[in-house]
Design a protein around this ligand. Sequence first.
Ligand code: WTA
Length: 634
Amino acid sequence: MTEETIKTEALMSEKRVFNPPKKIAENANIVDWEAALKRGEEDLEGFWEDAAKELEWFGKWDKVLDDSGKPFYKWFTGAKCNIVHNALDRHIKTPLKGKVAIIAEAEDGKVRKFTYAQLHKEVCKFANVLKSLGIKKGDRVAIYMPNIPEIAIAMLATVKIGAIHSVVFAGYGEGALKIRIEDAEAKIIVCADGVGRGGKKINLKDTVDKAVAQCPAIKKTIVVKNAGLDVDMANCAWYHELMETASDKCETERMDSEDILYILYTSGTTGKPKGVIHVHGGYMVGVNRTLRWVFDIKPQDIFWCAADPGWVTGHSYIVYGPLLAGTTTLMYEGHPTYPDPGRMWDIIERHSVTILYTAPTMIRMLMGLGDEWPKKHDLNTLRLLGSVGEPINPEAWMWYYKNVGGERCPIMDTWWQTETGMFMLTPTPQTPLKPGSATKPFPGVQAKIVDNDGKEVETGKGGHLAITTPWPAMLRTVYKNPERYKKTYWQEVPGGMYISGDIARKDEDGYFWVQGRSDDVLKIAGHRIGTAEIESAFVSHKAVAEAAVIGIPDEVKGETGKAFVILKKGFAGNAELVEDLKKHVRKELGPLAIIDSIKFVGSLPKTRSGKIMRRVLKARELGLDEGDTSALVD
Ligand code: WTA
């Protein structure tokens, strides 16, 4: 195929359909996709009850779905369980005991492997460490670590004893970390001294120290020696020293199905992130069923979700999902193009990876580095590919399909969110694919495109992507803020539907095409970050009076931020200040908040009530129609 034909095909993508290879479709875990869709529609509760029966419970549910307090839905009420029992304990009574659960590769090439039995022991030990430090059921444990097995061990150990983890992505800066520790009222933080990335050792402990200094509720910092850095250990304990004397036997706590499993903060439209709450029962059912059906987990699979455990993708599909499914999950700590652009392909070849799940940003970046890199490696073990985090443009889809998947691996473009916990719109290995479309809702999920009044829009027209029936892995609330939960997700549009915050359309085959966010949330390199959060980082700088941030399209990263800044009296908007502001935002939020440019302005477009109209700024910046500006003051 020439470049030109790929381009033309991509443009015709809405018409072009890729059928999954017969061999894959016929042997899929999902027996009949169409029938499953129908079943999910006709018998939602029966469908999810069947999925629940694939797991072990300490006590059975009275009800599958309790909608009496909607939108505070409950699933499998009355049941007793613990996700860690299903992810670990039950496996070590089977031949899975000796199977590799985690393959971990560091940037320097060092590989560590943990069998299910070994992982179980480590988790029991760390659970006992937490207990010895006074952590009890319901307590919050903050975790700030790179993509290393200890992050999974810390998460699982916390949950084993009934405590709640709040993982903060280790790329976040001290300001972002502090807000999250504070809101969760965490008592302990588990971190690493540093991380190896791009040939350098990056210190994480300093960031933790600065954040913890402002969080008196933290009683202890536990530090994993990962990068071999010389760090200050005042009021800290080394992980390996605590583990040395810990017993490797620990009972798993019996939890209610609706007990909190974890808090994961995500950006919204205000400066304060939302603590999304997931619970044991429904989450494990949703994650287990979606992973087994979409990525079609088979006994011989080596599953690589090349995300970070600090995001929901990592929670659901690096840690919990793969372990629930009893498969082998791969964790790579380093930079994807270090020491050369073939690193990812090299990892796939050396570990015989069968399923690769990554983000469009990564695909576009690797595509830009040239076809020769994947060609240098044997990628024949790959059977399925996946994409998540942003809409995948058809060009990137085609490149991935052809150069990575060798035109034999279907691409699972999975649309979902921190809030949904599990895949929502997604193909399965039996679904005819259209590049750029996440296809249809997963069986047992119902979605619609609606207008501002909650009415379904015509085929082909854009609107809010709404989920119209509850699903087991749904968020239960926003931590300590049930009002925000109701308002943000259920009341913006009438009709009692879950409003995702995304804009999408549906084509005549019923396929969904997600276009992007409808709110002030950016997706920079697949990372979700609120403009309000970036703006408050700007305003915390001494020179800044006011700031507005908008997203600017970027070919590789999807979006980057552009800031409009009003300075306080006495400050001059020069190049030096631009650099200083960029540094400041980086320190507060971390390198993920990429500010491409900063413009100093005298005023910002606002509504009469003083709200900044970012939409107007964006339209002016991109030369688009400004739309309705009647609310504009100036
Ligand atoms: C976007 C990540 C298009 C979307 C799992 C959503 C996608 C936000 C896709 C959630 C996809 C995720 N196609 N857009 N396949 N997957 N998104 O919470 O805007 O980090 O609302 O969860 O990512 O981001 P979050």
